[in-house]
Design a protein. Sequence first.
Length: 119
Amino acid sequence: QVQLVESGGGLVQAGGSLRLSCTASGRTFSTYAMGWFRQTPGKEREFVAALTWSLAITDYADSVKGRFTISGDNVKNTVYLQMNNLKPEDTAIYYCAAKKFGWDNYGYWGQGTQVTVSS
């Protein structure tokens, strides 16, 4: 099992920045990729960004490209999401997720952290 704990959410004005952190514990050696997703009330959870540890490959949703950056520290088992030039539409609960090699979908999830961007 892998446990994920997010931190760093909060309230920020439009144009501002926040950095989210997600620390993994447990059987972290089995983690192949980690990602960030977000969800707002009444909508499905959507992909934001992902990082593949071994290949250092990153991927982003079109809506955040150029504004968000995902990075990781494999010694600390922590992944970060630097969010710049935030917009009100970025307001959501942000979830950290992880998956093992060979998994099609993310199977480990954090509890979520609220990000609110005021206009």
